[in-house]
Write a protein that binds this ligand. Structure first.
Ligand SMILES: Cc1ncc(C[n+]2csc(CCOP(=O)(O)OP(=O)(O)O)c2C)c(N)n1
Ligand SMILES: [Mg+2]
Length: 594
């Protein structure tokens, strides 16, 4: 059989170094699946339960491996299912290529079954490059450009392949007018600011007396460099959610997460600094940043469009974090008396005590903060942790102490529910020898994570480390939003939208061959984590948690507090069960600095 366009596509992806592809089949893309089959495992196909999950996997694979993520789906519904997962990659600046099928070229425009205008549908999310192929000789440069653009610009790109074209004989572009002759290969550039701009940055940083650093995902591969610069400047450092693994939490001057899900020392660091150095972060909430004019700012980012976006910076450096910091370091003067850093360290150690107290408060039946608090010291070396969007993201952000060598991520920019399990699956395909833990709310479990456990059941035996744990926070509530209704809007809980059915998640795990563990007593948590981490197979650890423990920001505003009070007095159906101790914590955290 001569080489089809499908065969060529697989061959070309392989030439680009693509090793894995996440997706779901359908007749609109059968020509490529036939080719994948004929290619005898040259590219491993990983079958998700749903195309959105495959796109989340591609996004997370890019995050955890540092390589291109690839997902594939059929025409029409398969392609439209991909969209949310692709937006996750887009908003977190991940290089992802989506390949989708399409109706036959002869049928396009004919209101055919499963015919969707895919270039238009994908135009926003894959705006950097989205093309529908119409001739065999075109496919070579479509693949080359789509991959080079995705890698070079850290964007989502898409190729739409009509199904008849996939089966057509491949043809190299003939040497004639109107053809394109592209090639394979991309070498990541070393992106560095000019010396004069580094000096301007150093001038700002050298005169600062109280330097605050904010790191994000862009600093994940610059841990040593950030530490060296922070030590030289005697600075404290806060971490945006996607940069959680950029700095270990056992350093006394690391204040942990920032923002709504963040810590009080991070808030204080930002409110009290006179100089801000922001590295590889698009952290969106400016109310957690210094007030305009309070601090002089220097920012380093690989993407020019992310500079001076959240705070007006004096020096804006386009550069790779590690390279730029390495070049900056010799220009920085060692700083003074260490008082600022000591103050930060004192705040941090105070805060860890507060977190412990909060985790130990009695709740009905289990305080969700205790779940992550007990996990934190038990985190195995080199673990990869993922979290879903929901109240568990608060506990993930605050309670888990990262150590050197660990990885952690979630759907950051899009903050989509349903990402934790596909992220944790992709983590295993990127690093089969690492233990993986996913933290998930029951709502997100019901939405789609539960089905994706079947994917784990299908593949876990081929992972060299079998530890794959999903911890489900069963609170029968869409709790993060319940609290947002109460605190942000001052409304009582709307049971019709918030209450969700009780499901025995651990039993579902057992049904499909996992170990199931159920915990409804706080003192059983430690043992449960130990058991889960010692298991020889994937685990569903289900914890019955209390929905009345508020996942409030470290410092909530007076307005929000007032709304909370109103909600409590306006006949919230759960008014009576708001535990007294928790209410006290809430009030204690209202006043900044207290
Ligand atoms: C796809 C999607 N839909 C809706 C939301 C809004 N949302 C954010 S958190 C949340 C509640 C999540 O509930 P659950 O998973 O049970 O976690 P909990 O907050 O109860 O711990 C909702 C509805 C979202 N972020 N993503
Ligand atoms: Mg819930």
């Amino acid at each position: 059989m001569s080489q089809t366009v499908g065969d060529f596509l697989v061959e070309r992806l392989h030439a680009w170094g693509v090793k894995k592809m996440f997706g779901y089949p359908g007749d609109g893309i059968n020509g490529v699946f036939g080719a994948l089959n004929r290619a005898n495992g040259k590219i491993e196909f990983i079958q998700a339960r749903h195309e959105e999950m495959a796109a989340f996997m591609a996004s997370a694979y890019a995050k955890f491996s540092g390589e291109l993520g690839v997902c594939i789906a059929t025409s029409g519904p398969g392609a439209s299912h991909l969209v949310t997962g692709l937006y996750d990659a887009r908003l977190d600046h991940m290089p992802v290529l989506a390949i989708t099928g399409q109706q036959a070229r002869t049928a396009i425009g004919g209101h055919c079954q499963q015919e969707v205008d895919l270039p238009s549908l994908l135009k926003d999310v894959a705006g950097a490059f989205v093309e529908q192929a119409s001739a065999p000789a075109q496919v070579r440069h479509l693949v080359d450009r789509a991959i080079r653009t995705a890698l070079g610009e850290r964007r989502v790109t898409a190729i739409v392949l009509p199904n008849d074209l996939q089966e057509a004989p491949y043809q190299e572009p003939p040497r004639k007018h109107g053809t394109v002759h592209s090639g394979v290969g991309f070498a990541k550039p070393k992106t560095m600011p000019y010396e004069a701009d580094l000096r301007r940055a150093a001038d700002v940083l050298n005169v600062g007396k109280r330097v605050a650093i904010l790191v994000g995902a862009g600093a994940l591969r610059a841990t040593d460099e950030v530490i060296a610069v922070a030590d030289r400047l005697q600075a404290g450092a806060a971490k945006a959610l996607l940069g959680k693994a950029a700095l270990p939490d056992d350093l006394s001057w690391v204040t942990g997460s920032i923002g709504l899900l963040g810590t009080k020392p991070s808030y204080e660091l930002m409110m009290e600094c006179d100089t801000l150095l922001m590295i590889g972060s698009g952290f969106p909430y400016s109310e957690f940043m210094p007030k305009e004019g309070q601090a002089r700012g220097v920012q380093i980012d690989i993407a020019p469009d992310m500079l001076s976006l959240r705070y007006p910076m004096e020096v804006n450096l386009v550069g790779d974090a590690a390279e730029t910091l390495r070049a900056l370091l010799p220009l920085l003067d060692p700083k003074g008396d260490g008082k600022w850093r000591q103050r930060i360290a004192d705040n941090v150690s105070e805060w860890w005590k507060t977190l412990e107290e909060r985790a130990m408060v009695d709740a009905n039946p289990v305080n969700p903060q205790r779940v992550t608090w007990e996990l934190s010291p038990r985190l195995p070396d080199r673990v990869i942790v993922t979290s879903d969007s929901g109240s568990c993201a608060n506990w993930y952000a605050r309670d888990l102490k990262m150590r050197r060598g660990m990885m952690a991520s979630l759907s950051g920019g899009l903050a989509s529910m349903g990402a934790a399990v596909p992220y944790a699956i992709a983590a295993k395909f990127a690093h089969p020898d690492r233990p993986v833990i996913a933290l998930v709310g029951d709502g997100a479990m019901q939405m789609n994570n539960m089905a994706e456990l079947i994917t784990v059941a299908k593949y876990w035996r081929r992972w060299s480390d079998h530890r794959w744990i999903v911890c489900v926070f069963n609170n029968e509530d869409l709790n993060q939003v319940t609290w947002e209704q109460r605190v942000m809007e001052g409304d009582p809980k709307f049971d019709a939208s918030q209450q969700i059915p009780n499901v025995p998640y651990h039993k579902f795990g057992e049904l499909i061959g996992f170990k199931g563990i159920y915990v409804d007593r706080p003192d059983a948590l430690g043992v449960a984590w130990d058991e889960a981490l010692a298991a020889d197979r994937p685990v569903v650890l289900e914890v019955k948690t209390d929905p009345e423990v508020p996942p409030l920001p470290p410092h909530i505003t007076f307005e929000q507090a007032k709304h909370l009070t109103e909600a409590l007095t306006k006949g919230d159906p759960h008014e009576g069960s708001i535990i007294k101790e928790t209410a006290k914590q809430v009030w204690a955290s209202l006043i900044p600095g207290k």
